[in-house]
Design a protein around this ligand. Structure first.
Ligand SMILES: *Cc1c(COP(=O)(O)O)cnc(C)c1O
Length: 464
């Protein structure tokens, strides 16, 4: 089926943001009661939202509140749902418990201890991130680095572990709460360079967070400039993963360090490397305001490339027309669609999950209705412990209904690009819900004839 209404792609005609003079200012849990009142919530509903915000992070800002949210449609508005916690994101018992503590103004320590208990039930670090992907230098682990696929190293700069606003569905939510043991970060690019000198297979570094663009230009430079070292000649690309184009495009236009930031991007390009700005856009409305168009124009003028990605989220963007609209607007503005992700198995996943069968249908219906320039996008893709698994479709093979899958990325590069099958299950939302079809195991699982490998079934389950 193809049939959705072809909508006009977003054009930069949204509300005009004053081009100068507005500095970044975050709204936090302190402002939650006032903001949810604006959405028309009752006192009891507002208390429940505050209860959720003791467990999951909340942060937004004036641009999101004044320019992106449609308050007439709140609390159903997708951008409202993108940033505001919902009372039913956590199990009722947990919300009730936290609400009771808030209502009787329990001491901070008591609230924190209870919130900690609830968080531990939410699989804070999915896909074995802490245990499996932390590399080492001379047997010393390098926290704040992740090296999962041979060609790419992720870095989590210490000063980049927050965002201009938080998404309710964030799979890195554990980075932003008051739990020191749940954080990964690094403070020194020196060790990174040493590591890279010993790993010539690495062709790219991905600076991530949080949001690296929360860092001012001088701090960002401390992480990026060392990577331009001519000895690192196998390094081809530097990526920056960021939602700042959606949440604070002023970062590239009117912020005091906008020009210095763009000059740094130019230096990366001048060093003979690709600066790829990996922009996270969740909804076409984020592309509408004129200041976003200007920010995109200025970033592209440095020679950087902008690629786009987002997860598919129930009640926010689970509609083919939304994705087709988003990809078309992005291509119109000169950006390259890259990934559609499946919501990960962490935090309030039950709340936001879209079944894999439905995710594929949304992807396909959107993909069928856009030009080849939008079809650079891949997905729906699950970033799971063994790698990125793409749902290619549903087929009938030898009388059996199956999911057709392939790995876009794998710890074992030999598995990339080879199709495999899982039994069809309309309710499956994640890789761990799937059973192999026509085989005793998935290709990324160990062959029991061989030595026990790293990839046991337990590792596909949420990591505790
Ligand atoms: C997605 C991802 C990458 C990058 O993969 P590409 O296919 O090159 O975009 C690198 N490391 C990790 C841990 C990832 O999840």
């Amino acid at each position: 089926m193809t049939g959705f209404q072809q909508s006009e792609p977003a054009r930069p005609t949204g509300p005009v943001v004053p081009i100068a003079g507005r500095r970044f200012h975050a709204y936090t849990a302190k402002h939650l009661d006032e903001l949810t009142a604006r959405a028309g919530l009752s006192p009891a509903e507002r208390l429940a939202v505050r209860a959720v915000a003791t467990v999951l992070p909340f942060r937004t800002n004036a641009y999101v509140v004044d320019n992106l949210i449609d308050w007439d449609a709140a609390p159903a508005d997708p951008i409202y749902r993108l940033v505001f916690p919902q009372a039913d994101m956590l199990p009722e018992v947990d919300v009730g418990r936290m609400a009771m503590l808030l209502a009787r103004e329990a001491p901070d320590a008591e609230v924190r201890a209870a919130a900690h208990e609830v968080r531990m039930g939410l699989n804070p670090h999915p896909a074995g991130q802490l245990a499996l992907n932390t590399p080492a230098l001379n047997d010393e682990p390098l926290p704040g680095l992740q090296h999962k696929y041979p060609e790419t190293v992720l870095i989590f700069p210490k000063q980049g572990q927050t965002c201009h606003a938080y998404c309710t569905y964030c799979f890195r939510w554990a980075q932003f709460v008051d739990e020191p043991d749940l954080k990964m970060s690094m403070g020194d690019a020196g060790l990174l360079v040493t590591y890279l000198l010993g790993h010539p297979e690495v062709t790219g570094v991905l600076v991530t967070g949080g949001d690296p663009m929360i860092m001012g230009a001088p701090v960002l430079r401390r992480y990026i400039e060392p990577l331009l070292d001519p000895r690192l000649d196998s390094l081809e690309s530097i990526r920056i993963g960021s939602k700042s184009l959606g949440y604070w495009p002023q970062r590239f236009v009117t912020d005091p360090d906008a020009d210095d930031t763009l000059a740094l991007f130019e230096e990366v390009v001048a060093s003979g490397r690709c600066l790829s700005f990996m922009a996270h856009f969740s909804h076409p409305r984020e592309l509408e305001s004129p200041i976003v168009a200007e920010a995109v124009r200025r970033i592209r003028a440095t020679g950087a490339v902008i690629r786009t990605q987002a997860p598919l989220i129930r009640s926010i963007n689970d509609d083919a027309a939304i994705w087709a609209d988003m990809w078309r607007s992005q291509v119109r503005m000169g950006m390259i669609p890259y990934y559609m992700f499946v919501e990960r198995d962490t935090g309030p996943q039950d709340y936001f999950a879209v079944p894999l069968a439905r995710a594929h249908e949304i992807f396909r219906d959107a993909y069928q209705n856009v030009s080849g320039l939008c079809r650079t996008v891949r997905g729906p893709s699950m970033s799971a412990t063994p790698g990125k698994v793409c749902v290619d479709g549903i087929a009938e093979v030898a009388g059996e209904r199956v999911f057709v899958l392939h790995m876009i990325q794998a710890r074992d590069p030999g598995l990339v690009g080879k199709p495999f099958f899982a039994r069809f299950d309309p309710a499956a939302v994640w890789l761990s819900d799937l059973e192999p079809a026509f085989a005793g195991r998935f290709p990324f699982e160990p062959d029991h004839e061989e030595l026990p490998g790293l990839w046991s079934q337990e590792l596909l389950e949420p990591v505790s």
